[in-house]
Write a protein that binds this ligand. Structure first.
Ligand code: AHN
Ligand code: ZN
Length: 334
């Protein structure tokens, strides 16, 4: 077997062995190889589609519990999420409002890959406020608002994420929850005592009565007022207290994707919102992506709890920044 060609043959074999197969992993430049996560091509969040989902909700009119418009919108949301590939469960309940009114509420739970144990929870509120208590025109303060941004925007972004998950399943299971009766809190234009627990009635109910026994997703992300033109999202304090790593993850992804002008790397206010109850009652570490405007008295947008919260405040670019960031977070999670 051995002859005068053996050394050459050996060299050929060795060269072949050490040069094959690793061409793609070699850096193209002369820089040292860095150990980073491989770049994944993200599915495209379609802002036109998200905008249409916001419009569809607003077209029902105000979505206030115990009204026909609210009931019709619930049907639309449940059916649409089924169409978008989710397993849908509607949790019905009766809860008591600040004034003693019994509200018939529906939390709508849309699950992707429900068989998986490792899960992420995304949520927003789908009801709209029964009063425009911050409206300049005092004669219109008792009228319900359209809530294009305050309510519909978060749901619209989550619906578009559902549409994407249908065709691009990720490693984790995802539960998209539309909470009801977030915005039925004590009105500011009547002289009533401060009562934080009158807000977020749907998420409070759900946190005490989760739809699955022993449900424990890795973390939760709440979207609230995520569609206004030029909106800025600061690191909200309840989120930083309960889920600082999730805040870092989301703001880090936003920066990586070029959305740092929306996701400002500074601490914002402290907000009573659905994530507070999900943290405190359900013990699921959760954050709130919520518009923070340091220039207004409320620290929300000027449209907040007024009749100006209509489609005119919604900007596709803001929906895109939030939606694409969330897609990034979901796709990289394993
Ligand atoms: C309060 O004003 C107590 N919380 C703000 C949460 C909220 C209201 N989000 C939308 N509407
Ligand atoms: Zn509100």
């Amino acid at each position: 077997m051995l002859n005068k060609y053996t050394p050459f043959l050996l060299i050929v074999i060795l060269v072949t062995l050490f040069s094959c197969g690793d061409d793609q992993s070699k850096p193209t430049s002369q820089q040292p190889v860095k150990k980073t996560r491989p770049e994944i091509k993200l599915p495209e969040f379609n802002a036109d589609s998200a905008y249409q989902y916001v419009q569809d909700q607003v077209d029902f009119g105000p979505r206030v519990p115990n009204t026909a418009e609210h009931a019709a919108c619930a049907t639309y949301l449940g059916e649409k999420m089924k169409e978008l590939g989710a397993t849908v469960l509607v949790q019905k309940a009766k809860v008591e409002a600040y004034d003693g009114t019994i509200l018939n509420i529906k939390n709508i739970i849309a699950s992707y890959q429900p068989e998986k144990n490792n899960r992420i929870m995304l949520f927003a509120h789908w009801d709209s406020r029964p009063f425009a208590d911050h409206c300049e025109d005092v004669t219109r303060r008792d009228q319900p608002i359209l809530g294009a941004n305050d309510g519909a925007s978060g749901i619209g972004v989550l619906m578009e994420i559902g549409r994407i998950l249908k065709d691009h399943p990720i490693k984790m299971g995802v539960d998209i929850i539309f909470f009801d009766a977030e915005d039925y809190g004590t009105p500011d234009h009547k002289d009533l005592p401060y009562a934080p627990d009158t807000w977020c009635l749907g998420s409070q109910y759900w946190s005490h009565n989760m739809h699955v026994l022993g449900y424990y997703p890795r973390y939760g992300i709440l979207l609230d007022m995520v569609g206004a033109k030029g909106a800025t999202f600061y690191k909200e304090q309840v989120s930083l207290k309960y889920a600082p790593d999730v805040v870092q993850k989301v703001w880090g992804m936003a920066s990586k994707l070029g959305y740092s002008s929306y996701f400002v790397s500074q601490q914002g206010g402290q907000v009573i919102d659905d994530h507070l109850y999900v943290n405190q009652i359900a013990h699921i570490p959760s954050i709130d992506i919520i518009q923070h405007d340091p220039t207004t008295f409320s620290n929300f947008g000027m449209y907040w709890h007024t009749h100006n919260d209509n489609m005119d405040v919604i900007d596709r670019n803001t929906l895109k920044a939030v939606g694409q960031t969330l897609i990034g977070v979901l796709v990289y999670e394993e």
